[in-house]
Ligand binder design. Sequence first.
Ligand SMILES: *Cc1c(COP(=O)(O)O)cnc(C)c1O
Ligand SMILES: [Zn+2]
Length: 430
Amino acid sequence: MRRRNPLSATLAERTDAGLRAGAFGHATSLSCRECGHQVALGPHYACPECFGPLEVAYDYPAVTREEIEAGPSNMWRYKALLPVPSDIEDSPNTEPGFTRLLEARNLAAELGLTRLWVKDDSTNPTNSFKDRVVACALSAARELGSKVFACPSTGNLANAVAAAGARAGIKTVVFIPSNLEKPKQVNSAVYTDKLVAVEGNYDDVNKLASEIAGEEEGWAFVNVNVRPYYAEGSKTLGYEIAEQLGWRLPDQVVIPVASGAQLTKVDKAFQELISLGLVEEKPYKVYGAQATGCSPVATAFKADTDAIRPVKPDTIAKSLAIGNPADGIYVLDICRRTGGAVEDVSDEEVREGILLLARTEGIFTETAGGTTVGVLRKLVESGRLDPTLETVVINTGMGLKTLDAVADRVGPAATIDPTYAAFTATGLAD
Ligand SMILES: *Cc1c(COP(=O)(O)O)cnc(C)c1O
Ligand SMILES: [Zn+2]
């Protein structure tokens, strides 16, 4: 089976009853990524012909830079390119996106890069990029008339779903592995009293969610049965990077990989911007980052195979700990097509990555960002990332959620009596 990118799909009939006109904006259908079969917009995620994943297809409107720039300072400035209605801002949502793109001069100097930027998604409403995808999923759930908003999660997704569900006033149930970091549990439980801790790893939780989605009517599992809409939210990361660089694409971008959805959608965003004439066409390289303790995609990349062998995750980078990544195959495609790579780093390198970003740029990232920065460093040191080209690294999450990762590595330089003499004795005044 070959994959194709259904950038321009024919208009498909909207056969699903009860959808209001424009419920999904300029989206026309769901298109199979494997065989191209088209399905009407609805709560579908697998191709009825070949079980391949479905992706939202559009009849793209002519949208200009000026129209986008006149939009709100959140991801809805790109609503014309998302499967959401034109009045999306009127429905309560967490209004994520349009996070800062910081030029990272200190980190660039440290690594020997000419120009480097950090796309900092730790400043989203629940401090990870997941608020973007959840905002699109919430819109879909609402338009489909879902009664329950739910997800299986490695942590950040549960935070984003719980917060968005609270704000939308919809019943929200989130499922997490019971061994999840305490801060991520609390960050969900403050928003919902329906947090379910499952004895098992993420892949077990995901399987349970699929079963519930099949049994219960009206449940919108953001990353299961409304996944096609959900995943589109990650495109906004790509749009923003291009807009914030002055409407041009970077030469290289380094992106963490769990399911792989984010990486594939940043590439889709770049392709859309080119075909819509919003940026000039140019080559760019996409790099994927994994933690060695859960690196099925990096392993397949290095073995030069399409066969991704599922693994049992064992890493501190829990937000990336998906052992059987749904979009792994597409990540391989994109990284190979663009001349990038998929690389992995050890948990120790993840910790070093967290500290490196914090000490050079004042950005406290979680383990996913430590993974991405660690991989960036490894790619530069091994000569596979060109230091003279413009590079963007995506920070997808917030360090306060994974304090334990570095808590033993940092702390007071000295503990002293409250006297001047005691202070000078530390040598810190010199
Ligand atoms: C979920 C997550 C990712 C990976 O997203 P995928 O689209 O599943 O690859 C990366 N970083 C953080 C912080 C996440 O929570
Ligand atoms: Zn198909």
